[in-house]
Design a protein. Structure first.
Length: 316
């Protein structure tokens, strides 16, 4: 039984885990960022002084395997209309908050909902602290809050926490015992790196001799990775963790329709490709993406699963 640990957040991590939960003979643990401070999650976080649960909710629904998983996913992701009272809130966030009150803890809510939803695998927050993400921009501007970081027409120098943030002990244990560590698909500076800048987490990854894999984003993200190459993504990981953080980088090689590329280009987003510079890591090119019903580029859970299984086969 191979122990796989995936770090990240957002919909990208959920897409990965929706496929990876189907890998036989694998024990999957997701370490999830809790720095989100926008939308329903941000309102609950501010009102109740609790870690952000939005990304945790997405991962719960992605890893659910009960007979009624589809209905549970719809319920957990249902969002009330409006902005007053429950308006704008995700039902899943409210259920999570209620479960925290019932069980008495953030982890109690995760464990209880995992049992109810038949989650295959383990879900852990990177920290139990209510952490606020900051970004220092290239021109010296300081931006407070995860939701505000991608909204500035600026380049990110680095992200950090001002307060002392403690890693969740079980997350450190999972990293130390892992046979494979994966940096998950997702917003580079607001989903993946927020896990890596918590003291203790990069050290646990570095000290484990197992392979480290980075699944690079398929498209650049306006406000975060404008003009970034694959190598730029890895350099950002290195800048926020340690030298040579990845042994293998998996990058999307699927051809996208011209109209999709044009639509993304109009939003300032482009496919992430290699800049041809020297690399200390191996690179795999795989067809990882699909198009949603609305024409958005999304990672295909099945394609991700196949890539991870291919990696595991090479480890045997």
């Amino acid at each position: 039984m191979k122990k796989i640990v995936v770090l990240g957040g957002g919909t990208g991590l959920s897409s990965m885990l929706a496929g990876m939960k189907k890998i036989p003979d694998a024990q999957v643990t997701a370490i999830v960022t809790v720095a989100d401070d926008g939308g329903s999650t941000g309102r609950i976080r501010n009102a109740y002084n609790v870690p952000a649960m939005g990304d945790i909710r997405h991962v719960l629904t992605a890893m659910a395997q009960t007979e009624n998983a589809g209905i549970l996913q719809q319920l957990m992701n249902y969002r009330f209309e409006g902005q007053e009272d429950v308006g704008g809130h995700s039902l899943g966030n409210l259920i999570f908050l209620a479960m925290m009150d019932i069980t008495g803890s953030f982890m109690g809510a995760i464990e209880s909902l995992s049992r109810v939803m038949g989650v295959r695998g383990t879900i852990l927050p990177c920290t139990l602290d209510v952490a606020t993400l900051y970004a220092l921009m290239a021109d010296g501007t300081l931006v407070r809050g995860e939701k505000n970081i991608p909204t500035r027409d600026n380049a990110i120098e680095h992200v950090y926490y001002q307060q002392d943030v403690q890693p969740y002990t079980q997350a450190l244990e999972a990293l130390r015992e892992a046979d494979l560590i994966i940096y998950g698909i997702g917003s580079l500076y607001t989903s993946v790196i927020p896990n890596l800048i918590i003291p203790g987490i990069p050290e646990a990854i570095y000290d484990n001799p197992c392979p480290k894999i980075y699944f690079c984003n398929a498209m650049s993200q306006p406000g975060e990775t404008d003009g970034y190459s694959m190598e730029d993504h890895v350099r950002a990981l290195e800048k926020h963790s340690f030298k040579n953080p990845a042994d293998l980088v998996v990058i999307n090689d699927a051809t996208l329709p011209a109209d999709v590329l044009a639509r993304y280009a109009a939003m300032g987003s482009h496919p992430v490709v290699s800049d041809g510079s020297d690399q200390s890591y191996e690179v795999w090119r795989r067809q990882l993406t699909t198009l949603s019903d609305s024409g958005r580029v999304r990672h295909d859970p099945e394609a991700v699963r196949q890539a991870v299984q291919e990696i595991l086969e090479e480890l045997d």
